[in-house]
Every structure is written in structure tokens, then in C-alpha cells.
Ligand binder design. Structure first.
Ligand SMILES: Cc1ncc(COP(=O)(O)O)c(C=O)c1O
Length: 352
């Protein structure tokens, strides 16, 4: 199908428009040269607008569409950490649509309020802090807490819309839309074969993989890990794809939820490795391109390692989807004990 036909099919789903789209597709020849890549194109979802942007802005257009069509007056969601991008964009998107938000974050509240948390507080989300209980798996504790908050809001006469996880089927529609954008942008550049990578273990890689199939594009799509891989990832992604398929009238993907995940799958979440800091420095120093330490910096480092090991096609241009997350740059001290950049640069040798 054509990008226009894909857009039309997605158009059947309720949506509230506030993202700055299409996001730019920019060429970074100096970064590519320094990193030894054939060509590097960066899809600038970090500039998708709304409170420091990021790919989640796309996702929340469809989430808000669903929420408002059900008469919701408050979004309820949870984020893993104080530096949650999901919580920030949820809070901003709710305000933009004229409703409230409640977010549950893993406590305690840090003494210094910076980065994403600063923005989420400024926007006036009702933030609840979850006491972390080592005897309970965090995910279960988070979901239990979210359901309790949602029930309380309903008892108080509100109409809450609950997102139990940052991974929501409506988000897949946002990335199908991104696939349509990318197809048109690559056509304009005369590029028909490409490697498309995105820091994602969820809606991003599912949506782009499905989008490439629907559009009949010769793209190698890979998710780049931003945490260790959960054991049930395949099952979760299959469920995500199945739930997304129910939202639109489109051909079902060949293997729903079957995606390629590459990159650094061994480091825990939000613990940047020296390779992450080095990749951030490379992009910043050679291209003025800012990456964040949790998702895009780690993803970029993973992409470079995979290219060097020969797992990415040698000659294909690489499209790196910059999913955002930049407010976390200002929380550097939470993520690196204040040692970066000096100590990490020294530890990792040259940035290139
Ligand atoms: C900046 C950024 N990039 C990537 C991701 C991962 O997205 P996905 O849910 O597709 O794995 C997130 C999710 O929190 C994010 O905030």
C-alpha cells in the first residue's frame, strides 16, 4: 500500500493532534564519517514538539484520542523512575487536551528535582510516589497501585483512563504513521533500501516493522535494547501487536510481535555504560547531535557495535530514530554520580 493509504487507514482511529509532524529526517555526514558508517540519517522525533518532544508525543495523540472518545477527564499512568519520559509526556498531553493526569513513580522523591521530574511537576501532574517493596516484583506493585488510584478516582466521580504500562497498543498506530512519513522522506532522497533502527522494546519496533511490511519497503528494522530483555518479551510484543491490529482495518503482519532486537541487552535499565557516554560524545562533538543517557545514547552505542560486528548491512544507509528523552541529560548526576563526562571519556578511550 502507499503511505497515503496507510495514513487513511490509521485515520479511522480517534486522535488528538498536537505533535509537530512530520519530524525532520536529517543527514549527519560528519558523525557517519567519524563512526565509519556508510550514511547516517536521524529521524528527529526528539523534536516532535510538546514539552521537550520525543516519540511518545506521537503515541499520546492516539492515547488521548481513545481517552477522550471514552469521556475521560483524567489520565492515570505509571513510570519506572523519577526521570520518566512517559510521565512527562503523559502530563503534558493531558494538559494540552484539557484534562488532568495522575502519575505513579517509583519513590522516594529525590532531593534534587531536575530533568523530566521538574517538567512533570511544573505541569502540575498529581504525582504519587510508590514505596519500593523488595519482596514484590515492581511491575506488579506498579499495576496494583495504578488500579487502586483509578478505582479511587472513579469513586470520587471522575472518569479515569488508565494506562497500565508505557507500552500501549494505540502507540503502535503512532509508529505506523511514522513509517508512512519515513517512506515519503526516503523516497524524496531516492533511497529504497535502508536499515532502520529505533531504541525500542515495544510499540516503536512493532509499529515500524509492521509499517515496513504494509508499505512493501525493503527496510531492515531493528529495535535497540534499552534494558536487559524480559523473558516474556515475545509474548508481550505479540499481545501488543494483536491489540493494535484490533484498532485499525489493516492487513495483519506476517508474524505479529516477531521483531529483531539488537544492541546492548546485558546492561540493566538506566545504568549508562562507558560505550553509551562515548556514543553521546561522538554524536555531540561531531554533529552537535544530542542523545540521552538512558535510551538514545545506549541505542546509538548498540547500533555502532552491531554495525562494526557486521550484523547490520554494510552498504545500506542507517536511519536512527531519535526517540527523545533529552531532559534526562540534566539529571546527569542521578545517572552517573557526576563522573561523566571526564571520567568516562578517559575510561573508554576515544569517542570514535
Ligand atoms: C526516549 C525514549 N526512547 C525509547 C523508549 C522505549 O520505547 P518502547 O516502549 O518502544 O520500548 C522510551 C520509553 O520509555 C523513551 O522514553
Amino acid at each position: 500500500m502507499s503511505p497515503g493509504q496507510l495514513r487513511e487507514a490509521i485515520g479511522a482511529a480517534p486522535r488528538v493532534r498536537f505533535a509537530t509532524l512530520p519530524t525532520a529526517l536529517e543527514d549527519y555526514p560528519l558523525v557517519a564519517e567519524a563512526a565509519g558508517l556508510p550514511r547516517l540519517l536521524v529521524k528527529r522525533d526528539d523534536q516532535a514538539g510538546l514539552a521537550f518532544g520525543g516519540s511518545k508525543v506521537r503515541i499520546f495523540e492516539f492515547v488521548l484520542g481513545q481517552a477522550l472518545s471514552r469521556g475521560a477527564d483524567v489520565l492515570v499512568t505509571g513510570g519506572g523512575a523519577a526521570q520518566s519520559n512517559h510521565a512527562r509526556v503523559c502530563a503534558a498531553a493531558a494538559r494540552r487536551a484539557g484534562i488532568d493526569s495522575v502519575v505513579l513513580l517509583r519513590g522516594p522523591r529525590p532531593d534534587s528535582v531536575t530533568g523530566n521530574l521538574l517538567i512533570t511537576e511544573l505541569i502540575g501532574a498529581d504525582i504519587h510516589w510508590m514505596a519500593t517493596d523488595p519482596t514484590m516484583l515492581d511491575r506488579y506493585a506498579l499495576v496494583a497501585g495504578l488500579r487502586r488510584i483509578t478505582a479511587e478516582l472513579a469513586r470520587a466521580g471522575r472518569t479515569p483512563f488508565l494506562l497500565e504500562s508505557s507500552v500501549h497498543p494505540a502507540g503502535v498506530l503512532g509508529y505506523l504513521d511514522e513509517a508512512a512519513e519515513l517512506a515519503e522522506q526516503l523516497d524524496a532522497l531516492g533511497i529504497d533500501r535502508a536499515t532502520v533502527v529505533i531504541p525500542s522494546l515495544g510499540a516503536g519496533v512493532v509499529g515500524l516493522t509492521w509499517g515496513a511490511q504494509l508499505l512493501g519497503r525493503d527496510w531492515d528494522v531493528h529495535g535497540l535494547a534499552w534494558s536487559t530483555i524480559p523473558e516474556d518479551l515475545d509474548a508481550r510484543l505479540r499481545q501488543l501487536a494483536t491489540d493494535a491490529i484490533a484498532l485499525v482495518d489493516l492487513d495483519v503482519p506476517a508474524n505479529p510481535g516477531s521483531v529483531s532486537i539488537l544492541g546492548d541487552t546485558t546492561s540493566p535499565y538506566a545504568v549508562p555504560s562507558p560505550a553509551t557516554w562515548a556514543a553521546m560524545e561522538l554524536a555531540a562533538m561531531r554533529g552537535g547531535l544530542l542523545l540521552d543517557p538512558v535510551y538514545t545514547g545506549r541505542g546509538f552505542a548498540g547500533m555502532l557495535a552491531e554495525y562494526r560486528s557486521g550484523r547490520l548491512a554494510r552498504e545500506r544507509p542507517i536511519v536512527f530514530v531519535h526517540t527523545g528523552g533529552l531532559p534526562a541529560l540534566f539529571a546527569r548526576d542521578e545517572l552517573s554520580d557526576g563522573r561523566w563526562p571526564a571520567a568516562n571519556t578517559a575510561a573508554s578511550g576515544t569517542a570514535a
